[in-house]
Write a protein that binds this ligand. Sequence first.
Ligand code: ASP
Length: 437
Amino acid sequence: MKKIALHWQILIGMLLGVIAGIIMASIDGGKEIIQDWIKPFGKIFINLLKLIAVPLILASLIKGVSDLKDISKLSKMGGRTIAIYIMTTVIAVSIGLVLVNIIKPGNSITESTRIEMVENYSGDTAKYKEDAQKQRDSGPLQALEDLVPENIFSAASDNKNMLQVIFFAIFFGIGLILIPEEKGKTVKDFFDGFNEVILKMIDIIMLAAPYGVFALLAALVVESPSVDLFKALAWYAITVVLGLLLMIVVYNTFVAVFVKKSPSFFMKGISPAQLLAFSTSSSAATLPVTMERVTEHLGVEEEVSSFVLPIGATINMDGTSLYQAVAAVFIAQAFGMDLSLGTQLGIIVTATLASIGSAAVPGAGMVMLVIVLAQAGIPEAGLALIFAVDRPLDMCRTVVNVTGDATVSMMVAKSVGKLGEPDVKDWDDNYHHKQKN
Ligand code: ASP
């Protein structure tokens, strides 16, 4: 029998979870059965995601930074690439924050559901609120001070310190670039291999996703019988998708203004990569197709695309950062927290860094969301809330991640005079098949 694709399995898991939840909620003692026997599996699944976060940052960031070894040769291109990548990511986070503050998807949850939810998901909301208050009360440079750990092992032993781990990983990666290549080779090979292992572990965790989602949704339904939570989730998903669509508009505007190419030229050229991104939820898996489309159909010379796109697949995740910003504020709204302007500005920094640290694989953005939540003092238990709709949103944000990489590669190519005419002008999608056959 043909195996059902993972995203279908997850959608089925979601559906069955809701059905099981509805049935059990109507049976005497059903709620307790779900809470005692099903909910723990959801918790285990979330724990697995959190477990992988610190090693993931270490592996993917050290690899990503040390892959930049060509930066001396290509310093002009490297500098531009990073600068434009960061700029597009900051734009994405800002769009997400503006939308979530206007639409306020979390506020549609009524007071009683919110109280119930807060009790169910987090016994220590008060503590979180206290922490958030502490953060607000601290000095203006506190965040900067907190960035630098005094001990990497103690930093890495608490998910709340992930920014410190990111700082260490980038610093380590820079050190690795600066030493002679033959001396750093063993370490570099080690982290490349380490990265592979972590990615494989995420693959394995994702195999459990349909069951995890089932447990989470079933628990969600029995514990929160009110429909307004689902209404809120729908609004949350609409907010993310709206933001992602706006990002596509931003990319097309950039391509039109800076590269002087029409949106239809750009979208036709990149669409096969977008479809693949949608169905795999992985920018890394899509990379070979992105490369081919950008080089052959959008006219970016290989010298630029082979440098800009792999880095982009690792560090440029505009869709992910936008989603993280919306998700963080949504969870805060759902828990009845009022985020100050300072905290929201902090989210711009953490979501940008967290998206840089996210691996280009399914679900990575959600793992790294933990950092954004922890840093902003938002209950991590809120992850359980949004997991239900995460996979479809992952599919959509990966499309934006890939489109962003392609946009930046065109901008960089244009700025260094490496944008030519595409090899394939007739949009004949069978071109390559014909060539190969
Ligand atoms: N799946 C996304 C990607 O590969 C990352 C994420 O946001 O989870 O681009």
